[in-house]
Design a protein around this ligand. Structure first.
Ligand code: DON
Length: 310
């Protein structure tokens, strides 16, 4: 084991990567997200021994966006089992942008390639048990409360409605999949559940704790309580490796080599067996929708701790 990491050392790394924020751009296709400060930066690491080190604006809250897709997948699998879920969404990386509709037309039946792209994540939200969007999101929030040990986490209503009002592409994906019977029922209700799920607000310490639970094969590190079955934690981490960074998953695997999931808010969740969980926030995004500084920072961390799983 390397020398203990101090918050000062972590601050120093943030100073090194901060200038890279200028190479990217804050997401503005969800209007409210466009107000984020591109220079904001935070990181937290939750080590397997329970120690937490954080630096930067680590109390700043941001929305999970696509990071929610990993936790929603875990819940849909708990609710329905693997056979049901994977009959409706595939297990293969797409190599396409996260919002692409292209592959849906190339496969019959037109099920989405994986649960991390928007098409797949919409099907996953649809599969979460609950009579109403609120009930589905409430159940997802309960799982997140268990994973973070913070029962005050809620979704940001302003971000949710900002996305709901402008999510024409996600509506198109849902209508296409409804035509092909991959989803049933109300498109608006599924979109409502999905946009609320994406708007759940956390900070980097919450993310690091979630990553640590995945790294600890589904068990809470502090209490030893099992939150997810081991095989579900493994499935989630595998999707994070193969699809977590969308069409940048290959280069990320080479440069960083850890299970990770990004969101257009600029957050990244990392999880490494035997090491712990990592949460990063830096809203300036590259052209693939991944945090520019987040990726740089994860590369530094991976080199420092020899984290690559490959
Ligand atoms: O559906 C969307 O477009 C957003 N709510 C989430 C997309 C996202 O986070 C992609 N990640 N990098």
């Amino acid at each position: 084991m390397k020398r203990k990491l101090t918050a000062n050392e972590l601050e120093g790394w943030l100073d090194n990567v901060r200038p890279f924020a200028r190479d990217g751009k804050v997401a503005d296709y969800i209007p409210v997200l466009g107000r984020q400060d591109p220079e904001e930066l935070a990181v937290a690491i939750y080590f397997m021994n329970g120690e937490v080190v954080h630096a930067g604006q680590s109390d700043t809250c941001f929305t999970l966006q696509s990071i929610s897709k990993v936790i929603a997948l875990a819940l849909a699998l708990l609710d329905n089992g693997e056979e049901y879920v994977f009959n409706r969404v595939g297990m293969e990386p797409s190599g396409d942008p996260f919002h692409s509709i292209y592959r849906l037309e190339q496969h019959r039946p037109s099920k989405p390639l994986n649960p991390m792209i928007n098409a797949g994540a919409l099907v996953v939200s649809h599969m979460i048990h609950g009579e109403t969007p609120e009930e589905k999101v409430g159940r997802l929030l309960s799982l997140i409360h268990d994973m973070t040990a913070d029962h005050s986490i809620v979704y940001n209503k302003e971000v949710a409605s900002s996305e709901f009002e402008t999510a024409f592409l996600n509506r198109a994906l849902l209508f296409y999949m409804k035509q092909h019977k991959v989803v049933t029922g109300s498109v608006e209700e599924t979109l409502d559940a999905y946009t609320k799920q994406c708007s759940i607000e956390v900070n980097v310490k919450h993310l690091a704790r979630i990553g640590a639970i995945f790294a600890n094969e589904g068990k809470d590190l502090e209490t030893g309580r099992r939150i997810l079955p081991r095989h579900l934690a493994r499935i989630c981490k595998t999707f994070m490796v193969t699809c977590g960074m969308y069409d940048a998953s290959g280069s990320f695997a080479i440069k960083v080599g850890i299970p990770a999931k990004s969101g257009v808010s600029g957050a990244v969740l990392g999880s490494v067996n035997g090491f712990g969980g990592i949460g990063v926030y830096g809203p300036s995004l590259d052209e693939k929708g991944n945090s520019v500084v987040g990726l740089k920072l994860l590369e530094i961390l991976s080199n420092r701790y020899d984290l690559s799983i490959f």
